[in-house]
Design a binder for this molecule. Structure first.
Ligand code: AQP
Length: 326
């Protein structure tokens, strides 16, 4: 059995990019692996968060994990800050990584655009992410394409430490889907869909009302050509929508092209609204059942205990190999 680890930040409502790029994989991987899914609240404070809102967001993400199909009897679900090993290991990894490699991270460059000085946590975010992964002897990390560079850095740090000290870490592999790995913003198909973008119509959140879903899709940016052909370079808007349609409907892109041959963007968008609603309605219903149940807190408490048991073993091994403590 392989070990799987991944996480989502509690920074707002999870959108279909998070779902199609990451969460769908989380569910699939449960069948044959031991999975650990985290709500990475310590990552979210790289930018200031309202404390009350953050607490609410943590529980929202936990309920959504379960609503999309994560089975907490099989998989471990917990909140990152409930397991002290993440921060402890992050320091040890920080002492074995370089500012040069961190400054090359494109996500850091994008998020820090226009500032003279960056919050230190934003700069060292990939180290905390590496600690999250290495703490659990992870084999597979299911994520969206935007995390490719961070996974590479995590592998580099693990290999470096394994070479410097005794074999300390399992070197993980990223897992990226063919379709869904990079869902683009509906209003700007050259930027990825994001929870924190200002325009709410740039994304579809898993809990959006039907009228909001319709509005966001019907006003999505396309092109003036009008033919439903997949070409991410020349026709990024319609291609992004076709991608979403393909994953929700289970149709290959070539089937989507065939189905909508000769039809206009308006007709296609109406069908996309339909298939999106059908896919999200059961998730919303399940979410409503779980979100305010007492069970949710018990599950997170139990998850943290199980995660702590695994992480303590890793920390003990790391400290021994590094000669730390008595
Ligand atoms: N647009 C996307 N397409 C496919 N996958 C995506 N992911 C994020 N955006 C897309 C994947 O979702 C998982 C959780 O992401 P995260 O919450 O850790 O943070 P993020 O990558 O920074 O996501 P956002 O939505 O863009 O958040 P904000 O706006 O807060 O920065 C990851 O596996 C990610 O790859």
């Amino acid at each position: 059995m392989k070990r799987v680890f991944s996480g989502v930040q509690p920074t707002g409502n999870i959108h279909i990019g998070n779902y199609l790029g990451a969460l769908k994989q989380f569910v699939e991987l449960q069948k044959e692996n031991q999975c650990i899914y985290c709500i990475v609240d310590m990552h979210s404070i790289t930018f200031p968060q309202d404390p009350k809102q953050l607490k609410k967001n943590i529980l929202d993400v936990a309920a959504l994990y379960m609503a999309v199909g994560i089975d907490t009897k099989k998989s471990i679900v917990f909140v990152q800050s409930d397991v002290p090993g993440h921060a402890e290991l992050a320091w040890i990894l920080a002492c074995n990584s370089y500012t040069g490699e961190l400054s090359r991270m494109t996500q850091f460059k994008q998020k820090n655009k226009g500032r003279e000085s960056a919050p230190t946590g934003l700069f060292t975010y990939p180290i905390l992410m590496a600690a999250d992964i290495l703490l659990y002897d992870t084999d597979i990390v299911p994520v969206g394409n935007d995390q490719k560079q961070h996974i590479e850095l995590c592998r580099d740090i693990a290999i470096r430490i394994n070479n410097r000290y005794k074999n300390t870490f399992v070197v993980p592999d990223g897992r990226f889907l063919k379709a869904g790995a990079r869902i683009m913003a509906l209003d700007d198909p050259l930027s990825k869909m994001s929870k924190s973008a200002e325009n709410i119509h740039s994304r579809i959140s898993l809990l959006d009302e039907e009228t909001k879903i319709k509005k966001s899709i019907m006003r999505a940016t396309t092109d003036s050509e009008g033919s439903i052909k997949f070409d991410m370079k020349e026709k990024p808007g319609i291609s992004n929508l076709m991608n979403i349609y393909s994953v929700f409907s289970g149709m290959e892109i070539c089937e989507v092209e065939k189905t909508f041959e000769g039809k206009g963007y308006g007709d296609f968008k109406k069908e996309l609204v339909q298939v999106t609603k059908e896919s999200l309605t059961p998730i919303k219903e399940k979410y409503e059942e779980i979100r305010h149940s007492k069970e949710l807190l018990d599950i997170l408490k139990d998850g943290a205990e199980r995660a702590n048991t695994i992480s303590e073993k890793t920390i003990k091994r790391v400290k021994e190999n590094f000669g730390l403590g008595l």
